[in-house]
Ligand binder design. Structure first.
Ligand code: AHG
Ligand code: MN
Ligand code: MN
Length: 357
């Protein structure tokens, strides 16, 4: 059986310290000398109202179950695709559907939510008429990574439910990102990690499986303002607008070009993974406009991909924009609306935008 989270493993650490004296080990109970904070007190410290804390706990209950199911997918016959497509014409993986059903059921049963909208639902789904909040989510982001046991995650965005509108009215979701009261993602990686903001900074939490809750591991994460790392799907290069082609060409020229420094490239093919790297060590991530499919110039969805990531990145001191302006100021027109995304280290995003002037 696993030891509880506050198990004092001092002995084990003394042994490790005698082998590698230069590395500082900490007990599970103590993280860098401080007792790790559980989620609820961390949120209270940020003055998050109690009903929003309850909703966040409900969301996180769903992510714990998804985390478990993702880890068991191969054993439980949940790899591969269904025979269905979602409303956006994308093939649904079995885990996309399972994660969506889990999230939807838990949220709608909670009583806190007036309606939900999801990548995997045609339109919004009504919840409790008196629910105070509405939630948009991408139940599994990075679906193409499911079958290769690679990084995937869940993205969510919470707005207040407008008064005087019926729970089955999808127009409730037509609110700009700057009205979000909470946004976050959960990464089902080597550790299950929650990254969340309620407007008082972006914080990292890790799921501690010994006691079953999320513990705060880093408060007020800051994206470095400068970077030498970019993330873009280079295979689309010939379909981009000339401005983005010129910007990326200059990155590739490295110290032989106008940028006078070398750049590294990374692409996880899951926005959760790429944004997480940007939050950890800086970088620029973009899914620019392209002409690959004339009817679909953008790939990423505003409500459950771009807006929540924009809130997290801005709260960490980064920028999240299209080539025309701030993402969180866009007034949405539909639930599955797609948008151009350029986000990350402030100075690098500004450098990219300078090509559009
Ligand atoms: P989803 O799996 O929810 O449909 O989202 C996938 C998105 C995003 O996470 C990622 O950045 C991008 O699609 C990857 O696009 P490519 O397949 O073009 O690499
Ligand atoms: Mn996605
Ligand atoms: Mn998805």
């Amino acid at each position: 059986m696993l030891k509880p989270y506050n198990y004092d493993n001092t002995d084990a650490m003394q042994k490790l310290t005698s082998i590698w004296p230069n590395i500082k080990y900490t007990t599970t109970l103590n993280y860098l000398g401080n007792k790790m904070q559980r989620l609820a007190p961390a949120l209270r410290e940020d003055n998050v109202p109690l009903d929003l804390i309850s909703l966040i706990k409900t969301i996180l209950a769903a992510t714990k179950e998804i985390s478990f199911r993702v880890s068991q997918a191969h054993l439980g016959g949940l790899m591969g695709s269904t025979l269905d497509e979602n409303i956006q014409g994308e093939v649904q993986k079995k885990l996309d559907v399972v994660a969506n059903e889990l999230f939807k059921d838990i949220l709608l049963e909670s009583g806190f939510v007036k309606a939900i909208s999801s990548e995997e639902e045609d339109t919004s789904v009504a919840g409790d008429e008196y629910g105070k909040y509405i939630v948009s989510f991408d139940p599994l982001d990075g679906s193409s990574n499911i079958d290769i046991n690679s990084l995937i995650g869940t993205i969510f965005s919470i707005h207040k439910a407008p008064e005087g509108m019926s729970a089955d009215d999808p127009d409730m979701f037509k609110q700009a990102g700057n009205k979000q009261v909470c946004a976050g993602y959960v990464l089902y990686g080597p550790s299950t990690m929650l990254v969340m903001t309620t407007g008082s900074g972006t914080h990292f939490y890790v799921l501690d499986r010994t006691h079953g809750g999320y513990l705060l591991v880093e408060r007020n994460v800051q994206v470095p303002t400068e970077t030498q790392e970019f993330a873009v799907n280079m295979s689309n290069q010939r379909f981009w607008q000339p401005e983005m082609q010129n910007y990326v060409s200059d990155l590739l020229l490295g110290d032989t070009g106008p940028r006078a420094k070398n750049f590294n490239m990374r692409w996880i093919a899951a926005m959760v993974g790429d944004v997480h790297r940007v939050l950890c060590r800086g970088g620029i991530f973009t899914y620019p406009m392209d002409t690959k499919k004339t009817e679909q110039p953008y790939k990423l969805r505003l409500m459950y991909e771009a807006n929540p990531m924009a809130f997290l990145i801005e709260q960490a001191g980064g920028l999240c924009v299209t080539s025309k302006g701030r993402i969180m100021d866009i007034e949405p027109t539909s639930i599955h609306q797609r948008v151009e995304v350029i986000l990350g280290s402030k100075k690098e995003v500004e450098a990219c935008l300078s090509y559009y002037k």
